[in-house]
Ligand binder design. Structure first.
Ligand code: MGD
Ligand code: MGD
Ligand code: SF4
Ligand code: MO
Length: 696
């Protein structure tokens, strides 16, 4: 007899409701749950592919230890004891440890409940993270303006009438720092009520194709557009802050003069969008309709990422759309991490590259390879990688690839032998995805409605396997015991979750949430910024001096000549997820997606045709890649998706290796970063493109 389990998907931030039909341990089907309170039946191909993850023959089931270059299966106790002893010896020799936390840990609330104990056991104040390749600028802005690193206003798409998306592609990514499942249908609904979607992107993306207007923008120049929009709002007397004036501090008055000196024509020429188009966007955002501007990866992972995210908040304030129904609002989720988890921090630390930002205790990953390669006693000699694949995900991955070999101890928490975990001395694999429970711990606070949704595990964990949280908790205990320190009791994630739910304003118990397999809808977002603000004076700090200084720095950069080399950008596809879903045959099938998109004019000038192989060269490296000629990218821009490059030695991902592709991060440059956040620069990379071989 088959059974159908309602469950939320843990792969991306959308957290769609799924219906998983199983018979025994066989997965018969995975489809969208039409009754889920948030996703309303939406599912993407990755949700269905959870079945492939669960049953993947390459998925590890026992801890592995590398002995003379070969992998051996060992028992959990032995693994924990050996790691603890080696770490103790290294610590006694004064060797420095480090940790890197990757993206999937944000989608496993169990990990979040245990990892601080492991950090303490290892002796780590700060860690490296995928967030510093991604979204750290948002956290800096939220901390400075609203007093909490995670207090993020999100567009209220269901009531919005004019939505500008700049550097985001939710039609493929399903939203980020914005839990918005069923994005496409919501756009269609917005358009059906005469609302408009405007997209600003150097590529005519899946989202751009849905839009009412799409503007190409030169990669890395959005700051000029954002300043232009704001200036146009001020200059035309369109600013309207009445709605939230009472919770805005005096620094607001510093913004208009700070941008007064910018010249609209120069801003327009710099970003490649006309003054008329900039003014039209400003006018529409400020018109008497709920509107929002939202920016994501394309404007975060660049040199002025923090400045861009600040300008986006300021535009929403100036146009009267922050804290407005149909504008941008902060959530009041069932599990209110904002009140339960500290405000976070913005500091600096001394690194091998000089003083660098450390945000929420997260160190810039662009410095990791250099810290592994340094020659003094500060060199990192042991590394714990939790759900991460930085060899493919961080700039100059090839350098990191080499640097990892220098470690005295490396432990990977991963279910595969990947481009990163292949360097480890130990791999500690978790149980399968359907053997763990799920709660959208970090994503409730980013969702377009207030809601709760808990999914118990569908299958029991097989004998001898463990969930990530157990592996982390047990290793932490072993390290503490080996060091002769107090060993705390393990608090089960479910208990922590129950406690946090009950301590949140909605006051739900885990049992109540669990009893609602389609989730509990707590209603649309409400204007509530005044209550949510966590700044000391309960005012929005409108213009932190760092942001004003950065504005000035941009002003100088604006006068620099722009190099006329091609600019490389990344891309995401709905059938991929970062570096780690390429081993699913149902996702991998179809045309080769690891191509260099290039505009016909640029292809012609290099004598390149569709299907040719080109060498792409940046400051750090070269890769050879198949060319896809398309006017979906603007002239002067080329695009390579990230997450490929599975051809490296030692990787055990049979399906992914059939079409290994190349890694864009063999071209990206760790020297470039956003100085206010330490975030990597992953777009607008200057490159040259040359034909290698013609297949014609
Ligand atoms: N050039 C370029 N680089 C980028 C980006 C880009 O747009 N362009 N995007 C950046 C972004 S936004 C991000 S978030 C980072 C991601 O960077 P990372 O987090 O470093 O990399 P992922 O590709 O997400 O790899 C996740 C790893 O975790 C493993 N894993 C998956 N699920 C689990 C689990 O449940 N338990 C355990 N133990 N392991 C698991 C996978 O096998 C995989 O090895 O990449 C960044 N890098
Ligand atoms: N299918 C799928 N979904 C995913 C992921 C995935 O790998 N695959 N990854 C997940 C993760 S970890 C994240 S962080 C989110 C990211 O979510 P998004 O940010 O929505 O996804 P991206 O595709 O990185 O979108 C960035 C867009 O910025 C554009 N861009 C590049 N450079 C510039 C620029 O200089 N200016 C402007 N205006 N635009 C620019 C790119 O062309 C691209 O369309 O997606 C998540 N969802
Ligand atoms: S959109 Fe994201 S959450 Fe929804 S099914 Fe796809 S991967 Fe899962
Ligand atoms: Mo990400």
């Amino acid at each position: 007899m088959s059974q159908v389990h309602a469950r939320t998907c843990h792969i991306c931030e959308a957290n769609c409701g799924l219906l998983v039909e199983v018979e025994g341990r066989d997965i018969l089907s995975i489809r969208g749950n039409p009754d889920h309170v948030l996703s309303r039946g939406h599912i993407c191909p990755k949700g269905t592919a959870i079945a492939d993850l669960q049953d993947d023959p390459d998925r590890l089931h026992k801890p592995l230890k590398k002995v003379d270059g070969a992998w051996q299966e060992i028992g959990w106790e032995t693994a924990f004891q050996e790691i603890a002893t080696k770490l103790k010896d290294l610590k006694q020799a004064g060797a420095k440890p480090a940790m890197y936390m990757g993206n999937p840990s944000a989608h496993d609330y169990g990990i979040s409940t245990q990892v601080s104990t492991l950090r303490r056991a290892i002796g780590l104040k700060n860690i490296y993270s995928a967030s510093t390749l991604d979204q750290i600028p948002h956290h800096v802005v939220q901390y400075r303006m609203y007093g909490h690193v995670s207090l993020a206003p999100v567009p209220d798409i269901d009531r919005c009438q004019y939505l500008v998306i700049i550097g985001g592609n939710p039609a493929a990514s399903n939203g980020s720092i914005w839990t918005v499942p069923d994005f496409k249908k919501r756009v269609k609904e917005m358009q059906a009520r005469d609302g408009k979607l405007i997209v600003v992107d150097p590529r005519r993306t899946e989202t751009a194709k849905l839009a009412d207007a799409h503007h190409f923008v030169k990669p890395g120049t959005d700051t000029a557009l954002l300043i232009g929009i704001l200036k146009s709002v001020f200059d035309n007397g369109l600013a309207d802050i009445a709605r939230i004036q009472d919770i805005m501090d005096d620094s607001w008055s510093a913004i208009e003069p700070a941008i007064a000196g910018f010249d609209m024509d120069q801003l327009a020429a710099y970003c490649g969008i006309s003054v008329e188009d900039i003014q039209d966007i400003a006018t529409q955002l400020a018109a008497d309709q709920p509107a929002a501007i939202y920016g994501r990866m394309g404007v975060s992972v660049c040199e002025f990422g923090t400045l861009n995210q600040w300008l986006i908040q300021v535009i929403n304030i100036a146009t009267g759309n922050l804290d407005r129904e149909g504008g941008t609002m902060v959530a009041e989720p069932a599990l209110d991490t904002i009140n339960l988890v500290g405000r976070g921090s913005v500091r600096t630390v001394e690194t091998v590259r000089g003083e660098m930002p450390v945000i929420m205790g997260e160190l810039p990953t662009i410095t990791l390879a250099d810290e592994l390669l340094r020659e003094d006693e500060e060199r990192i000699r042991s590394l714990f990688v939790i759900t991460g694949n930085p060899v493919l995900s961080s700039p100059d991955g090839a350098k990191l690839d080499r640097a990892l070999e220098k470690l005295d101890l490396m432990v990977s928490f991963d279910m595969y032998v990947t481009e990163t975990s292949c360097h480890a001395d130990y791999i500690l694999p978790p149980c399968g995805p359907l053997e763990k429970d799920h709660y959208p711990f970090f994503f409730g606070p980013l969702a377009i409605r207030n809601y709760a949704s808990y999914s118990p595990a569908i299958f029991d964990i097989p004998e001898g396997e463990k969930a990530d949280w157990e592996i982390i908790a047990e290793l932490a205990r072993e390290i503490l015991a080996t060091d002769g320190q107090d060993v705390p009791n393990i608090r089960e994630p479910r208990d922590v979750l129950d406690n946090m739910l009950q301590s949140s304003p909605a006051g739900l118990t885990l049992a109540e949430v669990e009893a609602a397999p389609n989730g509990i809808d707590l209603g649309a977002l409400r204007p509530c910024m005044a209550d949510r603000l966590m700044t000391e004076d309960k005012q929005i700090q409108c213009a932190h001096p760092d942001f004003l200084a950065e504005l000035e720095r941009f002003g100088s950069a604006l006068h620099n000549e722009q190099p006329d080399s091609l600019r490389l950008i990344g891309r995401r596809h709905v059938r991929q997820n970062n570096s780690w879903l390429h081993n699913s045959r149902r996702l991998a099938k179809g045309p080769n997606r690891c191509t260099l998109m290039i505009h016909p004019d640029d292809a012609a000038s290099q004598g390149l045709e569709n299907g040719d192989i080109a060498t792409v060269t940046s400051r750090v490296n070269s890769v050879d890649i198949v060319v896809e000629v398309t006017d979906d990218v603007m002239a002067g821009v080329v695009s390579i998706p990230h997450g490929f490059g599975h051809g490296r030695e030692g990787v055990k991902l049979a399906v992914a290796q059939e079409n290994p592709g190349v890694s864009i991060n063999d071209l990206t440059d760790p020297e470039a970063f956003d100085p206010l956040s330490g975030n990597a620069v992953l777009n607008a990379i200057p490159v040259t493109v040359k034909a290698v071989a013609s297949v014609h």
